[in-house]
Design a protein around this ligand. Structure first.
Ligand SMILES: Nc1ncnc2c1ncn2[C@@H]1O[C@H](COP(=O)(O)OP(=O)(O)O)[C@@H](O)[C@H]1O
Ligand SMILES: [Mg+2]
Length: 148
């Protein structure tokens, strides 16, 4: 586990760049944190660092959006917020095997998540300070957290 303090949008962008540089073509990142914590902001920054040219918007009404990362595959952005109370399996497996997946509100699809993943929890400590807690689940992601 590692804690990183983020005070500005530039800090989020910098952290996203460092993580992007360590990711494989197929990867999973979960983002925990309250509304307004900065999950979508981090996703936008990660997409930019991975070569996404389109603007990443909050997919609240669509659950899943996909973005080409230049010629390096696909970034999938899942926002499970609207799935509260839905227990049906949604068949994300294909997506999880295909590209870099970033998942907001992972707790709502907890039993469907890939076994190995980078878990990030964002806490707003005060108006000007966000704390990113990074936790690697599985060897590959533990190594990523150690390398940061
Ligand atoms: N590192 C940061 N520094 C300053 N403001 C931030 C930062 N990250 C997010 N914000 C701001 O916080 C607000 C909520 O961010 P957002 O990413 O939409 O949160 P979430 O997706 O967790 O609900 C936005 O106005 C965004 O600009
Ligand atoms: Mg969001």
């Amino acid at each position: 586990m590692k804690e990183i303090q983020v005070r500005t949008l530039e800090d989020t962008a910098h952290l996203a760049e460092r993580i992007a540089a360590l990711l494989d073509d197929v990867a999973c990142i979960t983002l925990d944190g309250d509304l307004g914590a900065g999950k979508t902001t981090f996703t936008k920054a990660l997409g930019k660092a991975l070569g996404v040219m389109r603007t990443i918007n909050s997919p609240t009404f669509t659950i899943l959006k996909s973005y080409p990362m230049g010629d390096k595959g696909t970034l999938y952005h899942i926002d499970a917020y609207r799935l509260e109370g839905i227990t049906q399996e949604l068949g994300f497996e294909e997506v999880f095997e295909d590209g870099v997946c970033v998942i907001e509100w992972p707790c709502l699809i907890a039993d469907q998540l890939p076994k190995e993943r980078l878990e990030i929890k964002i806490t707003l400590a005060d108006e000007a300070l966000r704390v990113f807690e990074l936790h690697g689940v599985g060897e590959r992601y533990k190594r990523i957290v150690e390398a940061l």
